[in-house]
Design a protein around this ligand. Sequence first.
Ligand SMILES: [Zn+2]
Length: 171
Amino acid sequence: MEKYDFFKKDGVRPSEEQRRLTKLFYRNAGEIYARFDEWKDIDKFYFIPLYMEMTYSCGWVAEIAPDPVWLGSFVRCTLEHPELFQFKCPKCGKTVYPYRYVGSPLSGRVDLEGRCDCGWEGFEMVSGWRQRAIALRDQIVKDNISYARHKLFHLVHAETTIEHLLQWMCQ
Ligand SMILES: [Zn+2]
């Protein structure tokens, strides 16, 4: 038995607003990664939902992880698995921390989508779709308990978004 089911469930597509906020993460990912230690212990930031649609259709539609993926889980996963998710910028050689992973179950390929400070932006193609999907899903499972606790204490609050995190980082 597989530990996880990678088949994409028929779900609701992200709304315009959810997509806009997720793109805001893509554009500011460098800064958000760099300051992980400052916001990682603040639950409302850690559990910002991202709608990255990390799917790949190739005969069947698979997904690395179903939306939404929490910002903290995603960033932590990239930082803690450099061999799986980080790569060298093809232009300047600096380490790139991708803001999205898109996988292909048939070819086994993964596109790590990222941007470098030097201006390079694009995909790094790597092999090993399944181990990356498992790494991210394992991180989400680990974070589930603190998420449940967070929800319990913050039921009344409106959802925190990337915009709030960016404002907080600018202070
Ligand atoms: Zn570069």
